[in-house]
Design a protein around this ligand. Sequence first.
Ligand SMILES: NC(=O)c1ccc[n+]([C@@H]2O[C@H](COP(=O)([O-])OP(=O)(O)OC[C@H]3O[C@@H](n4cnc5c(N)ncnc54)[C@H](OP(=O)(O)O)[C@@H]3O)[C@@H](O)[C@H]2O)c1
Length: 223
Amino acid sequence: MAARCAEQLNAHKLEVETAHGVSAHVFSLDLTAEVGAADLHAQIKAAGLSVDILINNAGFGRQGEFVERSLEVDLGMIDLNVKALVADDMIEQGSGKILHVNSTAGFMLGPLQATYFATKAFVKSFSQALDEALRGKGVTSTVLAPGFVETEFAKAADLEDTGLVNGDGATAESVAQHGYDAMMAGKLVTINQFGLRFMINCLMPFMPYRMKLKMISKMQTKA
Ligand SMILES: NC(=O)c1ccc[n+]([C@@H]2O[C@H](COP(=O)([O-])OP(=O)(O)OC[C@H]3O[C@@H](n4cnc5c(N)ncnc54)[C@H](OP(=O)(O)O)[C@@H]3O)[C@@H](O)[C@H]2O)c1
């Protein structure tokens, strides 16, 4: 497990080890840093570990008009949501499974979260292309695209009081299980909720772009 907060990582380590009788390794680092992902890779190697399953989960969003927002925050978002993704050791091993924790944002247009939606569109495209290139080498790549999930995300993204955060989000546990099962089955893309799957696959392709822009803009406007 990798994240910035060492205290929370160590708490999760203890929880996993106690519940499942396994050894968990935690790496406390900032993946937005210039060398964040490379640093994580080096630390994994130095610990004598190899990666069979890679879950790229770390990411954040931020509500607001693009022109009024901090460029620094948006560049940090691109660093974390996009640039920290790539890992190639699995090809040498000849096996591996990758889960990209993406978002339904990757399938939509993103007024009031322009950069976040664009980073997720990158991940959606990248993961599927990676799967096509690596499947023959024993490595699969799955896109998990959830809707609203009850985590710290909405608060960090300043999305509270918007239509996106409607109080009946999925639990992190149910989304994690859904994504894990899809990854183990080698699925290309999975959306955790039926209603969202229907909207994205069956309704949105037939809606005019301007209508979609206005709909998403309304959903992301604060009350
Ligand atoms: N919650 C939703 O509604 C929702 C919906 C669709 C998709 N998603 C996606 O789900 C993923 C997980 O988000 P979440 O909902 O679990 O949000 P969260 O509760 O805010 O968790 C984000 C995780 O990423 C880690 N992280 C953030 N910045 C980092 C950095 N610079 N370096 C290393 N680790 C970092 C955080 O740990 P530290 O703070 O300790 O670093 C934390 O473990 C994201 O990719 C998000 O885009 C979320």
